[in-house]
Every structure is written in C-alpha cells, then in structure tokens.
Design a protein around this ligand. Structure first.
Ligand code: ADP
Length: 624
C-alpha cells in the first residue's frame, strides 16, 4: 500500500509495527473495516522514518521494542516540536509480565503519550484505543496550527514581542528580534535575559522585570543599541502573565521603536529654544498662549517693560498692566478670537514699570496644527506711542494748513479783485502814453495778477474740497453721467484742439457725481494741456472691474513725464512743466486725490515721456 502523500492525511495515519507480519496484517484489516488508515512498518528503522515524516499514532507489539529500537524511537520523538506528544499504543504480552518486559516498559514511559493494551485483544477494544489516540493527536496538531498563527501575527507587527518565564528565560520571541539584533528566535529562546541582551542593559531593566514578575503592569522609555550599533529610542511595556489563580507565570514584553518621535520631539524643543532666544532679542513685547487663551510665556522685553514677574502675569494675570478704561473691550475681543480662531488686532494702553501708560498695537495670530486646529496663540505688542504722537501732530498741522489756505484764499479774493480792477483802469488810462519798456512792464503786471487770481481760485477750490464734511453714506455715482458733465466743462478746448475722445461703458460707483465730475474734468483738461503740439490729442477712457472695485483709466498721447515723479505730482503745488509753456498752479491733481480718497478710492499715474500718460482712478463699486 502506498504511503499517504499529504501532511493532513499523515496526521491521522496509524503506524503499525509487529515482528510477525501476520499480526500487523490482521490489525490493518481491522482498521480498514473501521475506516482508519494504517501503514505497516517492517522494522524499527522504517517506523522511525515514518514517525519523522508525521503520524497520528503508533501501535507496536511489545516484543518489537528491543533496546536499540527504543533508543531510535526516542531520538526521533525528541526532534519533534514542543507541541508534539505522539500517542504510543503498546500491545503487551498477556499474563504476568517478566522482569525483561517490565524493564522495557519502564524505558518507554518518558517517550510520550503511552497506552498499554494486553493481548489477546478484541477488535473493538483496539479500534476504540486507536480512535482515542488519534483524537489526542488531532488536538496536538490544532495546538501547533494555532501556535503557527500566533507566530505569524507576532512576526508581522513592527514591535518586538517576547515572553519571559519566571526564571527570566526567553520562551518566545518574534522576528523583530532578528531585525533589530540579528539574532534568530532559536538563538534566543532558552537563553536568559542576561545572556541575550547583555550588560549594562539587563541590569537597567532588572527592576522593571522584578515589578512585572510581582504582578504589576510596567511601562518605561529607554534606549538600546541595535545590530548596527545605532541607538534606538524605545518604549517598553511589561505585562505579567497571570494564571487563573493569580500566580505570575512570566511576562510579555512589548518593545516599540519610538526613535522617530523622540527625534522630532528633540528637534521641536531645540527649535522652540531658538525661537525663544530670538523672541527675547526683538524690541517688541511677545507672548504665547494655549488654545484656551491661557498665557504661558512672555518674552524678556515684556518683563523689562512692565516690571512684572511671570507669576504675576501668566494665565490671565496680564490684565493688571492694561489700561483699565480699555480692559473690557480687550477681554471681549480676545475671548471672541479664542472662540472663533480669528486673529486679534487692537491698539491699547500698557502700563510701563514706572506707571506711565504707552500705546501699543497688539496682534495675535493663531498657530494651527496640520488638521487646522488652533494649538496655541502667538501675540506681539509694538510700542506705537511715538508714532501715534507724530501722526496726531501731522494731522493737526495739516488741518491748520488747510484752515490757513481757506482763510487766506477766501480773504485774499476781495483785495485781489480790487487790485485787478484798479490796475486794469490805470493801465487803460496810461497805455497811450507808455513807451515800449513801460508797455512790457504793464504786461507783466497783467499776467502776474491773472496768475494770482488763478492760484487763489484753485486754492479756494482745494479748501472747499478738503473742508467738506465726510459723507457717512456716500451715494452711487453713475460715471456715464459724470463723464458727460466733465466733457461739457472742457468742451471749448476739445473743439479748439480737435481732441479725439472715446470711452467704453462706465459703471456706477460709490461717490458723489458732482465731485467725481470735478476729478474727470481735471484729468481731461490736463490731457489736453499736456498734448504734443504736432499730434492730434487722443484720449481713451475705460473701466475694468477688480474684486469689489472699479478701475477707471484715462489715457492720453501727450508729452508724458518722468515716471519717477508719478507720486509727487499729486502733491499740492507740485508741477513738472514750465510755467510759460504750460500755465498751471499744481493744485488740480491734489484736489483729485482728496476727492477720490474720500470715497475710499485711490488715484495713480503711469507715464512715458514723449509717448503719453495714463491716470487710474479706483473706486468701490456701488453697494446695491
Ligand atoms: P497743473 O496742471 O495745474 O500744473 P496738476 O496738479 O493738475 O497741476 O498737475 C501737476 C503736474 O502733473 C503738472 O504740472 C504736470 O507736470 C503733470 N501732469 C498732470 N497731468 C499730466 C498729463 N496728462 N501729461 C503730462 N503731465 C501731466
């Protein structure tokens, strides 16, 4: 009969060995009838070879077991894994056992799962004994299968796992041991912790092992040297293995490589250190708060300025150095930022160590993690007291100047009118009697008076514009209407100079139509005034939308100007061209700027000498 091929078939195979072939044959027939697979072995070598390949149970006649056969069998059985305890059914010779027989059976005892059946036997007795043996064997195979599964699982987790018994001997380790230390499981299992991991590490972990072997769950962080002699950071946890009665049988150790986390933690604290050093050297006051607003750090400047200590101001203690008049507003806004995650910005007073309050601009920005959650706040406060004072002084000076310009231009108008009228009358009377030289002087007087009138007129316009109350709710201005008004105001000059004007569709913007007409009238009249003598003046007006505002451009093909002066020309009395060629006062663009800025718009210019200029006016789109 051919030997079964697959291992699962061998798992339930009965190996039969009896010195007389006839006995074995008889057994095989009995088993065949019972549906059990069996294999006859003619001698002990054959039996051992089969056992080695796998079997369900062995049935052997007592007289076949001479000492060499027992030795050989013992040797193969020993080679099998710890899970294996091969059932061995010995068919003894009936009657009172001889001394030799007793000795033999004694030697068999340690071999394994031994059953003695006395001959002669009934066939159902032997079948039931074989079935019992196969069932016991099936349970052993099941244990082996589970063990293999467990090993597979433990070998595939990126953690070092081992089981140590009470004597601190390794009973099981996973493949990670090999990956980290280059030691195969069979080199580790059976060794003590001291012999495997060596000094000084084994001494270092001893107290933790003792605690675990006393029934405690222990976790700690440590460092180990791997097979490349590189230091790894590890997190170790020991779990005691308790019997149902509560006795500690050993421990399971889990060792996790946390080198990456540790490295980034170290890098983080190093960069935090650098950041704090940096923050201590800047002239601003700086601080950091947790996501909930608890301030846990201030820079050195903060303490130097306020003269406080960390204990006094940490958390919410900083309120003591704020201007009490603004504290409520500050707290409200800060709490709102904490709730919404929005940045905070505010100007407020902060008390200096000597009691003086100075104005600070405080900005607080949320610091978010990769999920977008606010993890902390970074705040800085900049001393703007001086800047504020300069701004205030400038504003005062400006309004005084405007006041002066208004009074001067207004009050000068009347005397100038007198000068104008009486010089006219005087010159008309004297004219026939004047010689050439005096005629020339009279011309200077006339043009001087005219210029003075122009200046005062423009200055008065400027004063009126700057004096007008800011409109709280400026209306909507239709720029089509505005442009029509502006064009009609300069109509004569357009006709006289054969100016070509074209405009695209113009939008409705925020502003006052009368005031904006003034702006475009100024731009058109400049485009005509600064034309090239030899070319037909061409003016193109266009509008383009950008976000919530409109940008209107007025482009000419005139003489242009140095682009480096593009900002200067919007200043009061600033002129780039010579008076006798291009008469003017330098007030027009200053007026335009004032009007446009009143509606939160901007005005700017681009130019190229000899090519032309483009003036841009941006204005907020009209709100619906
Ligand atoms: P004014 O025209 O009375 O001198 P403005 O304030 O209107 O004053 O203009 C300031 C200066 O800007 C002008 O003197 C001129 O040098 C320059 N400028 C303004 N518009 C133009 C333009 N379209 N082309 C060339 N230069 C211009």
């Amino acid at each position: 009969m051919a030997s079964p091929a697959t291992s699962s078939e061998r798992d339930s195979l009965l190996l039969l060995h009896a010195p007389t072939g006839k006995d074995a044959q008889l057994l095989q027939t009995i088993f065949q009838r019972a549906g059990l697979e069996s294999q006859i072995c003619r001698n002990s070598e054959e039996l051992c070879a089969h056992v080695d390949r796998g079997a369900g149970a062995v049935l052997v006649a007592e007289e076949a077991l001479d000492p060499p056969a027992i030795q050989a069998l013992a040797a193969v059985l020993k080679k099998q894994g710890a899970w294996s305890d091969l059932p061995l059914v010995v068919l003894t010779i009936g009657g009172e056992p001889t001394e030799a027989s007793r000795q033999r059976l004694l030697q068999l005892e340690p071999l394994g799962d031994l059953t003695l059946l006395e001959r002669p036997l009934r066939s159902d007795t032997i079948v039931s004994a074989a079935r019992t043996a196969l069932r016991a064997r099936a349970r052993q195979y099941e244990v082996r299968r589970r063990d293999a599964e467990l090993q597979l699982v433990t070998d595939n987790v990126p953690v070092l796992i081992c089981y140590l018994d009470r004597e601190q001997v390794f009973r099981r380790v996973n493949q990670t041991f090999f990956k980290w230390f280059g030691l195969r499981p069979d080199q580790v299992v059976g060794g003590t912790i001291q012999s495997i991991i060596g000094e000084p590490h084994s001494t270092h972990v001893q107290p933790y092992i003792v605690r675990a072997l006393n029934g405690e769950q222990v976790t700690f962080e440590s460092q180990i040297l791997d097979r490349h002699r590189e230091l790894r950071d590890v997190s170790v946890s020991y779990a005691p293995d308790l019997s149902p009665e509560g006795a500690v049988r050993g421990l399971v150790a889990l060792v996790q490589d946390i080198t990456e986390r540790k490295t980034s933690e170290r890098a983080l604290s190093a960069s935090e250190e650098q950041f704090r050093t940096l923050a201590d050297t800047i002239p601003n006051l700086a601080w950091m708060a947790n996501a909930d607003g608890f301030v846990f750090w201030h820079n050195r400047r903060w303490f130097d300025y306020t003269g406080t200590t960390q204990e006094e101001v940490q958390g919410w203690g900083w309120q003591s150095v704020h201007d009490p008049a603004q504290l409520r507003a500050v707290l409200e806004r800060w709490k709102e930022s904490i709730a919404t995650g929005n940045p905070f910005e505010m100007v407020h007073g902060l008390r200096r160590w000597d009691g003086e309050f100075r104005l600070f601009l405080t900005r607080v920005a949320p610091v978010r993690d990769h999920t977008g959650t606010v993890v902390r706040w970074f705040g800085s406060s900049t001393d703007i007291d001086e800047q504020k004072q300069i701004e205030d002084a400038l504003r005062r000076a400006n309004s005084e100047l405007e006041e002066f310009a208004y009074v001067a231009s207004h009050d000068l108008q009347e005397p100038l009118r007198m000068v104008h009228i009486y010089t006219q009358m005087l010159l008309r009377r004297l004219e026939p009697t004047l010689d050439d030289k005096l005629q020339e002087y009279a011309g200077y007087i006339r043009s001087g008076v005219k210029r003075m009138e122009g200046l005062i007129h423009d200055l008065l316009t400027y004063s009126r514009v700057t004096h007008a109350e800011d409109e709280q709710n400026p209306g909507a201005a239709n720029l089509e209407i505005v442009l029509r008004q502006a064009i009609s105001a300069v109509e004569t000059r357009i006709r006289e100079n054969h100016v070509e004007i074209s405009a695209g569709r113009l939008p409705v913007v925020t502003g006052n139509e009368g005031q904006l007409a003034h702006v475009f009238q100024n731009l058109l009249s400049n485009a005509i005034k600064y034309r090239k003598r030899e070319e037909t003046p061409v003016i193109r007006i266009a509008a383009e939308k950008a976000d919530n505002e409109w940008v209107i451009s007025v482009r000419d093909n005139g003489i242009g100007f140095d682009p480096g002066q593009a900002e200067r020309i919007f200043g009061l009395f600033k002129r780039l061209h010579r008076d006798h060629e291009y008469p003017g006062t330098g007030v027009g663009l200053a007026i335009c700027k004032h009007i446009v800025e009143r509606y939160r718009g901007r005005i700017w210019a681009e130019s190229q000498p000899g090519v032309g200029s483009t003036f841009y006016v941006s204005l907020p789109a009209a709100s619906k």
